[in-house]
Design a protein around this ligand. Structure first.
Ligand SMILES: Nc1ncnc2c1ncn2[C@@H]1O[C@H](COP(=O)(O)OP(=O)(O)O)[C@@H](O)[C@H]1O
Ligand SMILES: [Mg+2]
Length: 283
């Protein structure tokens, strides 16, 4: 009798031990899931904050635009009624300059926050880039800098399905950053290719992961470069190291590249220069 009870107890114990092992595994899995859930909740919260911020920024930008238009109009009228040699004219010109940089900030904000639909068209990348580079060269002349733009274009035509107008903003933003990074004299290399380049040395931000048919646009400058700490933040909206910067240029660039399902990667070395690579799916 006693023996039978003992046997029963042993079976129960065995079962208990087996179950507690299973329980432990289940508990571990639950813990992992809780952690993942917490992370997801944080991400959701962050994207909620960001979208609320974006909405607010868009509203504010919109509300600022109208009075700004009025001020600009009156300032231009005023400027026209004051002869250029009048010392007062300098003040009015300063007002007009200020208004134009405010306008720039406002329209950048609107571009960044607005929901954008792409209008893709089959585009000859070389012709497209050439027109934008001509624009950048005018900018260089205006800034009175000695910067040569070197075109490294493919011999054959390279066409891609892109929204040329939106991507123009991308290339122009990158070129202007390059121009601003060069003090005095330097070079900007713009390479367009149909290849799969891989990382070199120096700090890296962003990822290149695709394979298959894509075009690569590579912009290299001999400017002052970006420190590793700053490199981590360059795509963050409002991150800027410039006195007159908006910190929206690269945020917009990233957004437009993402919309194209492309990839962007930035490598930089302080004192040597910066390379930005953009990969765009061709089809
Ligand atoms: N080609 C470059 N060379 C050096 N620094 C750069 C370059 N491009 C971007 N940066 C850095 O990234 C920051 C963010 O750039 P961006 O988003 O275009 O804003 P902004 O030009 O208004 O500062 C810049 O302030 C600068 O510190
Ligand atoms: Mg910029």
């Amino acid at each position: 009798m006693e023996n039978e009870q003992f046997q029963e107890l042993a079976t129960v114990m065995e079962r208990f031990l087996a179950q507690s092992g299973e329980l432990e595994i289940a508990y571990k899995a639950l813990e992992l899931q809780t952690e993942q859930l917490k992370k997801m909740q944080e991400e959701v919260q962050q994207s909620r904050v960001l979208s609320a911020l974006g909405e607010m920024a868009a509203t504010v930008a919109h509300e600022i635009r109208n009075p700004l238009g009025g001020i600009g109009g009156y300032a231009s009228l005023l400027a026209r009624s004051i002869p250029p040699e009048d010392p007062k004219r300098k003040y009015v010109d300063k007002i007009i300059g200020g208004i134009s940089s405010l306008n720039k900030i406002v329209s950048n904000l609107l571009v960044y926050t607005r929901k954008t639909n792409l209008q893709k068209q089959s585009t000859d990348l070389v012709a497209w880039a050439d027109a934008i580079l001509a624009h950048a060269e005018i900018e260089i002349e205006k800034e009175k800098k000695k910067i040569a733009i070197e075109r490294m274009f493919p011999a054959v035509h390279l066409t891609a399905e892109i929204d040329g107008e939106r991507l123009q903003q991308v290339l122009l933003n990158l070129l202007i950053n390059a121009i601003q990074a060069i003090e005095g004299e330097g070079k900007i290399f713009v390479e367009i290719s149909n290849s799969s380049g891989v990382a070199g040395s120096g700090g890296v931000a962003g990822v290149l992961k695709s394979s298959g048919d894509f075009a690569e646009i590579k912009i290299t400058d001999t400017g002052k470069g970006i420190s590793p700490e700053n490199l981590e933040n360059i795509f963050t909206p409002f991150f800027t190291t410039k006195e007159q910067g908006t910190g929206l240029g690269l945020a917009i660039v990233k957004k437009i590249v993402d919309l194209h399902e492309g990839e962007i990667k930035v490598e930089s070395k302080v004192g040597e220069g910066t390379t930005v690579r953009i990969k765009l799916p061709i089809a």
